[in-house]
Design a protein around this ligand. Structure first.
Ligand SMILES: [Zn+2]
Length: 132
């Protein structure tokens, strides 16, 4: 299961998460946002990348509900694992938290909330944005 591999390319991302902040790389050549963190833009192969704070908001692209504990951080089922399209145009796999799994919908608007899962390790999770 998921185990963050922290190296020179990913350290700014994980340092940001540890501060409660979601950072994304942006390519200075083609201007696109990039996720997951890496050394080279996957679109134009530029190495001129810059870290910027993400908006922290996105839309649920898809999700599944795990009803049995599975993996290191899913110790309290049910767990909602989702693909979230960030407003910057990148997709990330994450957990939806503070939500009844029956209330999750594809297309729901969500915002990031950083959760400490164990000593020294936090993960960016998402929670629904209340609709008016
Ligand atoms: Zn690029």
């Amino acid at each position: 299961m998921f185990e963050p591999m922290i190296d020179a390319d990913t350290r700014p991302y994980w340092d940001g998460v540890a501060r409660g902040e979601l950072l994304l790389q942006h390519c200075l050549s083609c201007t696109r946002a990039i996720f997951y963190p890496r050394a080279v833009c996957p679109l134009c192969f530029s190495t001129e990348l810059e870290w910027r704070p993400a908006s922290g908001t996105g839309t649920v692209y898809s999700y599944t509900v795990l009803r049995r504990a599975f993996g290191r951080f899913a110790t309290n089922p049910p767990t909602v694992v989702a693909l979230v399209d960030l407003d910057e145009g990148v997709r990330m796999m994450t957990h939806l938290v503070e939500v009844d799994p029956a209330d999750v919908r594809i297309g729901s608007r969500v915002k990031v909330t950083v959760k400490t899962v164990e000593d020294g390790l936090s993960l960016p999770c998402f929670t629904p944005i209340p609709q008016d």
